[in-house]
Design a protein around this ligand. Structure first.
Ligand SMILES: Cc1cc2nc3c(=O)[nH]c(=O)nc-3n(C[C@H](O)[C@H](O)[C@H](O)COP(=O)(O)O)c2cc1C
Length: 243
């Protein structure tokens, strides 16, 4: 009899122990997952923004790969997006400005070079017999002066939607070696921004006259730099454009 009571008590003790284990396992599975942050500091509504914030803070390589994957997902289009800085420069001032614009915008440079380049003598604009003076006389007389260029259309022309075009001011107007570029290309769908350098003359109507000559493109007002243009002059102008 004593043995039966002992066996019954032992069985009861084992059952109680098993029941206790079962209930603690189910309590564990229903408990909130451990978090490194207190639950109260991460409201549900901030989940997306905190993910965005963690992406912002992600190392460059992971940000780049995320950008690359979204690029891969984007549909391929013919849309341009590139910036081109085209210029003619006889003595280097406009080239200086063009270089700063390209550097600061990440744009490509395209120099307009006449087949028959202008020598220093050709450029003596105070000499009535010089090449520029006789060409200018012809233009004033209503003749067309054509300066043949070594290349009129840049490679990948279609890939640019912003085109800066730079030139020196000659007798108050755009130096005519740019004319062949302006008349020889289709600017449809492109924003065109003229810029020039001069000793003292303003931009004047030079940009407007080029726009009329081109007949296509969304031509902006443009800007004149002094012959001694600096990078900060260009930076200030570009900042104002809000590109
Ligand atoms: C043929 C010729 C005509 C010029 N006419 C003017 C002018 O009308 N007004 C002016 O301020 N500067 C004039 N200049 C000075 C240039 O516009 C200035 O030096 C310019 O910065 C030159 O640019 P580049 O070095 O890119 O050729 C003239 C220069 C040349 C060679």
């Amino acid at each position: 009899m004593k043995k039966r009571i002992t066996a019954l008590l032992t069985g009861l003790a084992v059952s109680l122990a098993l029941a206790a284990c079962g209930s603690s396992a189910s309590a564990a599975s229903s408990a909130p997952a451990p978090s490194s942050q207190p639950a109260s500091s991460v409201p549900a509504s901030s989940a997306v923004s905190s993910q965005a914030a963690s992406e912002e803070n992600a190392p460059a390589s992971s940000a780049a790969s995320s950008a690359a994957s979204s690029e891969a997902a984007a549909p391929e289009t013919e849309s341009a997006g590139g910036t081109l800085v085209v210029y003619y420069s006889a003595t280097g001032n406009t080239e200086e400005a063009a270089g700063y614009i390209a550097e600061l915008t990440g744009g490509d440079l395209f120099e307009l070079t006449p087949v028959d380049d202008y020598s220093n003598d050709d450029l003596r604009w105070t000499d009535p017999e010089s090449r520029v003076s006789t060409e200018h006389d012809a233009i004033v007389a209503g003749e067309t002066v054509t300066v043949e260029l070594t290349a009129v259309t840049p490679e990948n022309w279609d890939s640019y939607d912003t085109v800066f075009i730079g030139y020196p001011i000659w007798w108050g107007e755009a130096a005519w070696p740019v004319d062949g570029f302006v008349t020889g290309n289709d600017f449809t769908g492109k924003t065109v921004i003229p810029f020039c350098t001069s000793s003292s003359s303003p931009l004047g109507e030079s940009g407007t006259l080029l726009a009329e000559m081109a007949g296509t493109g969304d031509w902006q007002e443009g800007h004149r730099f002094s012959s001694g243009v600096s990078e900060s002059d260009v930076q200030e102008w570009l900042d104002g454009l809000g590109l």
